[in-house]
Design a protein around this ligand. Structure first.
Ligand SMILES: NCc1[nH]cc(CCC(=O)O)c1CC(=O)O
Length: 316
């Protein structure tokens, strides 16, 4: 591991959304920075994505909705860092901003949450499964087709984690699908009936990883954040995000990308589907020996290759 120059103690402000999960994540970053000798305060903010709860994200502007207000705070100098779930961060940051850190990833998989049903095969006839994610929708549809369960309906489900769990508990759904990472972070891991293996529900690019965004050109901040970076997680999400970037990725596209690193080998799988057409899912995969974990360009090149295979109709 490269050694970084020790950073002088800084006084830092973190811009964060105010959902319970966002605050957990910001507190986590705060604790890590404090352990490095910095002093840290949080600046809580409500984003458009938190306010619009009656429409599907892909219909109102996509991922950027959760990020933009936080970027304005960085621009104004009200905050130095913005902490994001990397999954919600657009592939291209606006000019003048950069991703300065990716921290160690939580479980990247999706979780099945249901009071009564152990899994998809266990759902009663005509059951309702809740998710608003287009990716989860097409992957669920694919899995249901395999099980010959066209009777199961997939219904929209929005809101923060607590809201979604409340709607499940009120009986509006038989089951819902959520990121395992969010549930675990909030101490709600006991709500997970099972985690989906990536073969069934391939995770979203960046799922489970935390990203820290700053305004470009602040070397003192990058030095302060260096100890928080996790090279393996960063290489994995770099490959995944490159798939999304090459596919023109936005929330309006059902796209999954999941990289696994073992012994210097990056194995990347991706899937892409069309909800409207209900057409078949296209899957592609490829791998790469990554001798230097910091070689993000190589990881990204793998992602671009897998995206090309997806566009070509799948391979591997
Ligand atoms: N789409 C919202 C979102 N953004 C990040 C997470 C939590 C998991 C993570 O850190 O990726 C969630 C909730 C979910 O998808 O269930």
């Amino acid at each position: 591991m490269a050694s970084f120059p020790a950073s002088t103690p800084l006084s830092l402000t973190i811009a964060t959304r105010e959902s319970r999960l966002a605050l957990w994540q910001a507190e986590h970053v705060k604790a890590c920075l404090q352990a490095q000798g910095h002093s840290v305060t949080l600046l809580g903010m409500t984003t458009l994505g938190d306010q619009i709860l009656d429409r599907t994200l892909s219909k109102v502007g996509g991922k950027g909705l959760f990020v933009k207000e936080l970027e304005t705070a960085l621009e104004d100098g009200r905050a130095d860092l913005a902490v994001h779930s990397l999954k919600d961060v657009p592939m291209e940051l606006p000019p003048g901003f950069e991703l300065a850190a990716v921290m160690e990833r939580e479980d990247p998989r999706d979780a099945w949450v249901s009071p009564d049903c152990a899994g998809l095969a266990d759902l009663p006839p005509g059951a309702v499964v809740g998710t608003s994610s287009l990716r989860r929708q097409v992957l669920l549809q694919d899995a249901l087709r395999e099980l010959d369960r066209s009777d199961v309906r997939i219904e929209p489900l929005r809101g923060n984690l607590d809201t979604r769990l409340r709607k499940l508990d009120e009986g509006q759904y038989h089951a819902i699908v959520l990121a395992a990472a969010g549930l675990k972070r909030l101490g709600l891991g006991d709500r997970i009936r099972h985690v989906f293996e990536p073969e069934t529900m391939l995770p979203a690019a960046g799922q489970g990883a935390l990203g820290i965004e700053i305004r470009s050109g602040r070397p003192e901040l990058r030095a302060a954040l260096a100890p928080l970076c996790h090279a393996r997680s960063w290489a994995a999400v770099a490959a995944e995000r490159a798939v999304s970037r090459a596919m023109g990725g936005s929330c309006s596209m059902p796209l999954a990308a999941h990289a696994v690193l073992t012994d210097g080998n990056v194995f990347l799988r991706a899937a892409w589907g069309d909800v409207e057409l209900g057409g078949p899912l296209v899957r592609a995969q490829d791998s790469l020996v990554l001798s230097d974990l910091a070689d993000l360009a190589a990881a990204e090149a793998l992602g671009t290759r897998v995206a090309a295979a997806l566009r070509a109709g799948g391979a591997g």
